[in-house]
Design a protein around this ligand. Structure first.
Ligand code: SAM
Length: 686
């Protein structure tokens, strides 16, 4: 495998700065492979090794060198020299630290990315350089580059030319009188009919509350708000929420807001150019965070009832639906906004304006939710002094006098696993006045039976941070100065320096490549159920898994979204894949039915989603995934005994489907169990 050591990444980036030409964008430099830069010297050697290893031919003629992350892509533009603005046909992105590659094809895309200012990718002495440069000058003078947000996509570019009364022939810009061509195929699409009456907040908006992204003072704009259910719901909760919708709220204020929600809008827009403009427009209004959600799925499941239109389907109600794949939606957002999109759940992505907010969000996700309420050292009940001592003069006890303050301090210290810095603890000045310093206050607390609990909290937080630092190697590198203050404090307390922390994280990440590391970690796991090949665990128990497995899950989360969206997760011991299983009724049913299975292949950076709703595949022995004190446990244990009795094996995770189980129970005369499990007795042969 061809990889570059991460230490060499800084050198690689420095070398890129010395390249004499190239089309330079904020996060990448594009260079055509014909030139010297890609044929000789360090880049020539690197590209030769990569193309040999990944079997990449000369038809991938442009290289996109990322300057923000150790990655590069080989891009295929077959008509680079023939067409003025060639379309991207295929790309192979390679992660230089892990050697993984991801191939994306744009051949079926109605609105593929296109190139501008091609001459910049060639050496100035190239024979076609001046011809291409002349076209770029003409386009600039015609005002075509005044808003570059969406010109990088074919249909948007063609519309812009038509709106200016211009056309391109060969490599010349000409005046024309032709009207722009539409892609709507003359069909009247009723987009407004897609808006639903909501009786509760939508899933994307709920995530904002769950992740504390919506603060009481934040402003919120629902872009494409439909009938306004989310806006009303948030206003009732006291938030400053507004909505705009071209059909349902055209007079709603479209103003810059801390958070902008673009909820299930992109998938109803049939015109690919307008779809892209809508995404860019919503982003312009987002001061801090844009939440984008869209339908994920497979149009073929609708095929018998719907006709195809552009890149989606036209339903019988004349509404349009474009079904995205999870990875497709992520690439789409990132291509359009040139910003990283963080998956939060299936079909839901966050795009943060500031890298520090992005990092803070990722770090908060790798922090386990520890129930510190259950950890008490009994400060709230100060010891009563012995009877005779009560009459004697005693020095005042600073703990008893400032019980509330010391409890707040202790609870925050346990949450952080370290001493809070002054800014983190509002009572800092009062505490220092009473105890001399926070260090002294902590020493006194440790002396009062707090030592062990504090050590547990330290170990837990250090391991959370390690998980974050390990998975940070799969993202754009963040300079230490851009990290939130609390993370900086964590790093210096737990690792001394950022580079030491990153190194430990990297070692942990690399250890995942060896399946024996995963197998051993599974042996250590105290939750879930496992067989030879896989470990299955309740997603809410993920925080109790060993650090290695939590790191694997944090990496999978970068592609999948929040693991808590699934009920059960499966760690494949030998391939390092992670599968997320969502049941339609996990909480309420004794034998829940599988709804969605999402498989994340980290090595191939691939996410596959499978809809199992019609299979009626059941989850047996659910008690394996419940807490020891769960009130449902006893009942489930009894049921499981009966199921074992009729031959349901507990050595395999997958058992019979609902229909097969019904048959087995009917054959064994277990009519009561059929009813107890809620299976349909009428379908049993008598
Ligand atoms: C499926 S509804 C979603 C409504 C709302 N966000 C929700 O989740 O309940 C899609 C909405 O997108 C709106 N819409 C269609 N084209 C749009 C555009 N170009 N910009 C903004 N909204 C648009 C439609 O009017 C419709 O109300």
């Amino acid at each position: 495998m061809v990889v570059i050591p991460v230490n060499d990444w800084t050198r690689h980036r420095e070398l890129l700065k010395t390249v004499p030409y190239g089309k330079v964008l904020p996060s990448a430099t594009y260079i055509h492979r014909v030139g010297q830069v890609c044929q000789q010297g360090p880049f020539g050697q690197l590209l030769a090794r990569l193309s040999e290893h990944h079997r990449i031919g000369e038809e991938f003629n442009v290289v996109k060198f990322r300057t923000d992350a150790p990655r590069l892509s080989f891009l295929r533009y077959s008509s680079f020299f023939e067409e003025a603005h060639p379309c991207l046909e295929e790309s192979i992105a390679i992660d230089l630290t892990s050697g993984r590659s991801l191939r994306t094809t744009y051949r079926d895309s109605l609105n593929p990315p296109i190139l501008h200012r091609k001459e910049l990718m060639l050496a100035p002495e190239h024979p076609r350089f001046e011809e291409f440069a002349a076209l770029s000058r003409a386009e600039e003078q015609a005002g075509l580059y005044s808003n570059t947000a969406v010109i990088g996509f074919r249909i948007n570019w063609e519309r812009l030319l038509a709106a200016h009364g211009l056309a391109i022939e060969g490599h010349s810009l000409l005046r024309t009188t032709e009207q722009e061509a539409g892609v709507g195929n003359g069909v009247a699409v009723h987009r407004h009919k897609t808006a639903l009456t909501r009786y509760q907040l939508s899933r994307p908006v709920k995530t904002l509350i769950e992740y504390s992204q919506l603060q009481p003072y934040s402003t919120f704009l629902d872009y494409g708000c439909g009938l306004g259910g989310d806006v009303r719901g948030l206003a009732e909760l006291g938030f400053d929420a507004n909505g705009w919708d071209p059909a349902h709220a055209p007079d709603g204020p479209r103003k810059e807001s801390d958070i902008v929600n673009l909820g299930f809008v992109l998938n109803v827009i049939e015109d690919p150019a307008e779809r892209l403009e809508t995404l860019c427009a919503a982003w312009r209004f987002a001061k801090r965070l844009l939440v984008v959600s869209a339908q994920i799925g497979d149009a073929s499941s609708e095929a018998p009832r719907a006709a195809t239109l552009n890149d989606g389907i036209l339903t019988l109600r004349n509404t349009f639906q474009k079904y995205f794949g999870q990875q497709e939606l992520r690439c789409y957002i990132e291509d359009a906004l040139e910003m990283p999109a963080v998956p939060v759940a299936l079909g839901i992505f966050y795009v943060f304006r500031e890298p520090a907010d992005h990092q803070s969000f990722l770090q908060s996700r790798s922090r386990r939710r520890v129930d510190w309420e259950s950890v008490t050292v009994g400060f709230s009940k100060p010891q009563r002094p012995p009877r005779e001592a009560r009459t004697a003069r005693r020095r005042p006890d600073p703990f008893a006098e400032r019980l509330e303050l010391i409890e707040q301090f202790w609870s925050l210290t346990l949450q952080l696993g370290r001493l809070p810095v002054a800014k983190e603890f509002p009572g800092d000045a009062e505490l220092c006045a009473a105890f001399g310093s926070t260090k002294r206050a902590l020493r006194m607390l440790l002396a009062r039976n707090g030592q062990q609990i504090f050590e547990r909290a330290q170990a837990a937080r250090k391991s959370d941070l390690l998980v974050y630092l390990a998975s940070s190697h799969l993202r754009k590198p963040i300079p230490f100065g851009h990290l939130p203050d609390s993370v900086k404090a964590d790093i210096s307390v737990f690792f001394g320096t950022y580079s030491r922390g990153l190194k430990q994280g990297r070692d942990l990440l690399y250890s995942l490549a060896d399946s024996s590391t995963i197998v051993l970690a599974c042996d250590e796991a105290a939750v879930g159920w496992q067989d030879e090949r896989s470990l299955y665990a309740r997603s809410s128990h993920a925080g109790q898994l060993p650090t290695v497995l939590r790191t694997l899950l944090a990496c999978a989360e970068l592609l999948y979204g929040d693991i808590n969206e699934a009920d059960i997760l499966r760690i494949h011991k030998f391939s390092g894949k992670v599968t997320f299983l969502t049941y339609s009724d996990f909480q309420s049913k004794l034998l829940p039915q599988l709804a969605i299975r999402t498989k994340v292949d980290l090595r191939a950076a691939r996410v596959d989603v499978f809809d199992h709703t019609s299979d009626r595949q059941l989850l047996f022995f659910k008690e394996r995934f419940l807490d020891a004190d769960d009130p449902e446990r006893q009942r489930l244990l009894l049921i499981s005994d009966k199921l074992r009795h009729v031959g349901i094996s507990e050595s395999a995770f997958l058992g019979p489907t609902s229909a097969q189980l019904r048959q087995i129970l009917c054959d064994s005369g277990e009519s009561e169990l059929v009813c107890e499990l809620g299976l349909d007795w009428n379908e049993c042969p008598r």
